[in-house]
Design a protein around this ligand. Sequence first.
Ligand SMILES: Cc1ncc(COP(=O)(O)O)c(C=O)c1O
Length: 460
Amino acid sequence: MSKSTSKHWRDLDSQHHLHPFTNHKSLRASGATRVIVRGEGPYIWDSEGNRILDGMSGLWTTNVGYGRKEIAEAAYQQMLELPFYNTFFKTTHPPVVALSNKLAELAPDKLNQVFFGSSGSESNDTAIRLIRHYWTLKGEPKRRIIISRAMAYHGSTIAAGSMGGMPHMHKHSYPVYEGFRHIIDPYWYGESKDGETPEAFGLRAAKALEDEILAVGPENVAAFAAEPVQGAGGVKIAPATYWPEIQKIVDKYGILLLADEVITGFGRLGTWFASEYYGIRPNLITFAKAATSGYIPLSGLLIDDKIVDALMSHDDDFNHGYTFSGHPVACAAALANLELMERESMVPRVNTFGAPSLARMLARFKDHPLVGEVRSVGMLGAIELVADKKTRRRFADPGRVGLICRDHFFNEGFIMRAVFDTMVTAPPLIWTADQFAEAETAIGRALDKTLSDVAGEIAA
Ligand SMILES: Cc1ncc(COP(=O)(O)O)c(C=O)c1O
């Protein structure tokens, strides 16, 4: 496609399309930066023919990469066979049955039932309702408070946005939907005190849960909700002491544990679900994104036997659901995606190849003058950009340098996302040594260019 075709799409986009999470005034002035027209394997192409290595899997989503015909074929066949039917009114269909069974097989022990939706936000809303319904069924209706964490991202609906801990997400729905509390996130690099080890910090961050339970009264607390690795908050990886301590506290007070695995589900940490990786026992797991590798929207909530037993032992409706809960085409695409991941051993390959390659690649930049810390787990990684490596001092105007760096990545033909001044990556699980080498070159160049842009602000 030509430059004039790109301009055509950009101009039309400005006229009628409002983008998510956008400063609309500034986007209207600048127009969309790129028009993405095609994807194949680990790459996407823009309308001017530039090939770009996608280090974000779209949006933490395309775990199997782009252009897999098996998924497209399964969706096409299902559209011809039965493009839609609802799962209300005591009806079901083969794809939803097959996918529910497959997910129960892959999910951690005891999580044997699935409630479907079309987005992570929707499924977190399902979780919030179900958690409160559960406690009502158990005769403890006062247990309504859900504790989650600062900077958590659980979605954009009013309930999921309230459960999330990003202040800018609470801005438009003030007053925030009631019954949520937020504790410190286990972000050692940003939140630890001078000299505090990751292990000690991990225990302190977990202890914040117990403090909050006691502050609001254990009899009022329904659940703790968290992402096993905080993704959109900046790929914040909890120290090793954190999750075992959280599990102990959850058990001690008998509250439910909701693991939001919208990012970490389906192999990103080298296990089907990150809950297995961290050895935690959630009662509920939300998933979305990589369930279909993003080829079509589908999300869900995995629910454990304890909650299902409560539902089964009461003659009471759970009044909740979506037109597209268990959409047949989405279920068929998800099944094809999961089969593909199994056939190509993508999940174990994260352990043997992807995770060590990502860690090695990021480690090469830890001595760069701009870089305060690099970290990774599985196929999730982050680079902290700081003005002073020694003191971890940030740049003035948080996010400014991150955006400069992100633009340099883009110009190098590589995508990483900026969370303020933390550069994050979530490559598809299919990267080979060639893509790691390509990413390493792009990161090195982009960091050097960013450094020259902000050289005057760096501590000597
Ligand atoms: C951990 C987590 N939960 C929930 C969501 C919301 O998912 P969706 O955008 O599909 O509503 C996201 C989206 O990025 C997420 O990262």
